[in-house]
Each structure stands twice: as C-alpha cells, then as structure tokens.
Design a protein around this ligand. Structure first.
Ligand code: AMP
Length: 484
C-alpha cells in the first residue's frame, strides 16, 4: 500500500547488509502480583516471534527495576530463581530474533537505564527506518550507546527531551521516529504502551483481574487467562497505572494505517486475533481464494506445516479435495553441530520435514505453503515428495510473490535473494521442479481481509508507506545496524 507521496524504492543488496533483520514479541503487565511470572508465560506464548534472546524487567513498588536477559528460548533463559528475584507488580518482556546486528546478548531487550525521572525500561517490536540517522545525530551530541539496537535511540530521545513531565518527554521522543514501533516501556512503576502512527506491528490490550496486560498477540493473553479488551490503535500512546488505562496525546495520524499483512500470512499465531480478525480465519480465506484462483485436479491437499495449516484447510474446503497430513514437521529442531556436506543443500529442510509415504505414494499431491522467500525449502520439499513416490506435485502459495524486503520488522533477505524478486512464476515453477505452481494474487489477498485493512503490502508490492530515511540518505551501511 502507498501513502500519497510515497512510492516503490529501488534497493540494492549492498544497502541491505547493515539493515535490520529482526523480529520480536513484546509483553507488558501492570498491577498484578508477581508480574514477572506473567511476563514469562506471555513470552512463552510469543516465542514464535523470536528465539534468539529473551528478557524480562520487573519493577517493584518503589520503582526499582530489575532485569534478567538470556540467549535462546524463553524456557532456557530464566530459572525459577530468576523469576523470584524479579519482584514487583509491573513488568515488561521481550523475545527477539535477528540475522544481523550486534552480539546476541548485547542487543537483548528490555533495555533498562536509570535516568533523571527514575528507572526506565523498554521492549520494542518493529524497525525504525530513521534509526541510524537519529543515532548518528545523538552520537555527535555526545550520547553513549551500549547496544547496536535502534530501540536505544528511543531511550536517549526520552532522557534528553527538555520537556517537563515524563509523558511529554515520551511524546516528544516519539515525534522523531519514522518506521515501525509497537512498544511497552516503564518509567518507575508506570507502564506505557505505544504504536507508531501507521500501526505496522500488532499490540493488544487485556485485563487480568484489576491489572492490565499489553502484548504483541492475543495468544499471550490467553495463556495467562487475561481478557482481551482491544487492539492498541495506530498512533496511540497509553499510560497504564493502578489498573487504569489513560490515553495520552496520540501521534499525528498517518494518511492511512499500514498494519503488516505478513503478520496474517505467516508471522502471527493462528490462534491470535489481531486488528479485528482471527489469524486463522484470514489464512483460511486466503486458502479458499487461492483454490478459486488456481484450481487443479489432485488426490489430496496438505500444508507445509505449521504456518500453512490454516490456508491449506481453506484450499481443501473450497476445492473439495481431501485434506491430509502429507508432511510432518519435527518440532524439536534446534541448532545442530553436525555440518552436512556442502553438497547437501537439502539438509535444512531434511531435518525439519519428512513426507508421509502412505499419503504421498502414487498420488497427485497439492501442497500449500504460506509464502516463498528464498525458495530453498520448497525446492527440497518437492524433491522429498518425489522420492516418496508422488505422481504429481502441485504447489500453491497462499500469498503473492515476495518481491521486496521488509524494513518494518519482518526478517526478509535482500531483493536479490528473494526468489520472487528475481524470477517469474514459470521460472520459479521450473526451479522448484513442480508440475504446477500458483500464487494467490495481491488483489485476491487484500479482498479477503478488506474489512480489516488497509494493510502494508510492501513485501509484495514495493510500496513502502513509512519513508526509508536511512536507505535514502545512504546511512544504511553504517557499522551499527539498528536493533529490533
Ligand atoms: P524459503 O522460501 O526456503 O526461504 O522459506 C519459505 C518458508 O519460510 C515459508 O514456508 C514460510 O513459512 C517461512 N517464512 C516466511 N517468512 C519467514 C521469515 N520472515 N522468517 C522465517 N521463516 C519465514
């Protein structure tokens, strides 16, 4: 989607090297005893949004913040002892995944600092598109940075603001930011939640007893039995204390909101509700529309699990072709020290997926995936399915070709590495080795979720709504890439 004065931007691979490739989940809670334990559970539910590091900061009644961060999964990053030491009824938490940037623990969040108004912590999801510009200005003014994360820029902007009140300082800081931020922060034991003017990343509000919870997705409310209140709206800044939610001055509204459609395609969990829609229902609608746009005769439909399960069900419902479990996914795949030979390009997919021979053998199979990024997984999968005896392999993708990288908080490679950025659909079909290939059209996808939009579809269209300040000013190759 496109705001009036913005258009497609030509981005070279070299410019992307130092750009953010992060994905994150955030959680905040106010007014609930043992808030850190709730944050731990909330992060557990948001684990799919980041597996590289996890952190929780809890604030006690005296406004003292304590933080624990670790690398790896939530379950590995904290012990019961850690959670006991994180006292207080206010907490924020963060999970992060990154393919670039500084060392993993260095950039783990929440970032916690002590400034003139008390202890401040911040957990940020989304990428600022002017993070490097702001950083270099702050560095020139004498700011000392401890991380390579763009989230730290926000901390400096708040602490350096000349405004009187904390609220005015936060407000002042936000007016400098371009790009995507859905964040929770604490100053003393007051919790704040904010979403950028276009609302790229989801943030939902919930109630837990007398307390208030904020999270990237509703699945994090469900796990702690909190009641969903509503989405935090684009541009909203909320102050949360003593169980009260007080809207502060909103950010100047963008011409159009731009929630990320890729959250519905791939990133969010299907049991979450964001932006007024169930993620599962959106994916089913994509699958049904895909079946209308690209029908084919096949004996069974199955998904590349798990992200395409809902869309494959939609395809099966619409086409009447029986739904099967033709591919199994190993859920315990972590890092492995066994390095396959250079020649084994399929290793990544091989340890993760295996076809069910009884479903596949001698049959015309229709495989639905949510998206193609580099195309490496699907190329391997087609090979495995043929090895398992599939007679025909038809691939259907429940989103349009990904042609452009994301600068707003989804990890995408450069345009050159995106299979949809370099090749036509027939070329991709040939590379994959499929009997047929069909992508959901952009128009079809947007129509499926029309009532919840408009959406940012930059990864499919190249229409970047928030200006790519760092890219356009040649600041993207700075040594310090922004963080999450
Ligand atoms: P590939 O085409 O081999 O790069 O991988 C495509 C698969 O990666 C799809 O099945 C998606 O489910 C998944 N995928 C899409 N976007 C992302 C992302 N940002 N991070 C990790 N996996 C993704």
């Amino acid at each position: 989607m496109n705001d009036s004065n913005e258009g497609a931007v030509d981005i070279r691979a070299s410019e992307l090297d130092a750009l953010p490739r992060e994905e994150c989940g955030v959680f905040g809670v106010s007014g609930v005893e043992r808030a850190a334990e709730l944050a731990f559970l909330g992060l557990y539910a948001l684990q799919h949004r980041g597996q590289e590091s996890a952190g929780i900061c809890a604030v006690d009644d005296d406004g003292v913040a304590r933080v624990k961060k670790g690398t790896g999964l939530v379950a590995d990053a904290f012990t019961a002892d850690d959670l006991n030491q994180l006292e207080g009824s206010t907490a924020v938490g963060h999970v992060r995944y990154s393919t670039s940037g500084g060392s993993r623990i260095q950039n783990a969040q929440p970032i916690v600092v002590r400034y003139s108004r008390g202890d401040l912590s911040i957990a940020h999801n989304g990428n600022l598109t002017n993070g490097n510009e702001l950083r270099s200005r702050l560095v020139e003014e004498g700011a000392l940075f401890q991380t390579t994360s763009d989230s730290e820029v926000i901390v400096h902007l708040i602490s350096r603001s000349r405004h009187e009140t904390v609220e005015a300082q936060i407000d002042d800081a936000f007016t400098h930011l371009e790009g995507a931020f859905s964040l929770v922060l604490t100053v003393g034991d007051t919790l704040y939640a904010a979403v950028d003017a276009r609302g790229y990343r989801p943030l939902v509000l919930g109630r837990k007893g007398d307390g208030v919870v904020v999270a990237s997705e509703t699945c994090a409310l469900d796990i702690i039995d909190a009641e969903f209140i509503r989405d935090v709206k684009p541009g909203e800044v909320l102050k949360i204390s003593d169980g009260r939610i007080e809207p502060l001055r909103s950010l100047p509204p963008a011409p159009k909101p731009a929630p990320c459609i890729f959250e519905l395609v791939y990133f969010a969990r299907p049991d979450s509700r964001i932006w007024g829609t169930s993620v599962d229902r959106a994916r089913r609608a994509f699958g049904r529309r895909l079946a209308q746009e690209h029908p084919v005769e096949a004996d069974c439909v199955f998904a590349v699990p798990d992200s395409a399960n809902s869309s494959a069900l939609g395809y099966a419902e619409e086409s009447g072709i029986p739904y099967e479990l033709g591919l199994l996914r190993n859920h315990y795949v972590g890092r492995t020290f066994i390095k396959p030979s250079q020649a084994d390009r399929d290793f990544g997919a091989r340890i993760k997926y295996n076809p069910v021979r009884e479903v596949v053998e001698g049959r015309r199979v229709l495989v639905v995936d949510d998206s193609l990024v580099r195309g490496t997984t699907s190329t391997s999968l087609v090979k495995f399915l043929r090895q398992a005896g599939a007679k025909e392999v038809h691939f259907r993708i429940a989103s349009p070709p990904v042609t452009h990288p994301c600068f707003y908080g989804i990890d995408m490679p450069s345009k050159e590495e995106l299979i949809g950025g370099r090749h036509s659909v027939p070329e991709i079909a040939e590379q994959l080795g499929v009997d047929s290939l069909g992508y959901l059209s952009l128009e079809g996808m947007l129509e499926c979720v029309e009532e919840f939009g408009p959406f940012c579809d930059a990864c499919f269209s190249g229409d970047y709504a928030a200006p790519l300040v760092d890219v356009e000013r040649g600041l993207s190759s700075m040594a310090n890439p922004p963080g999450c």
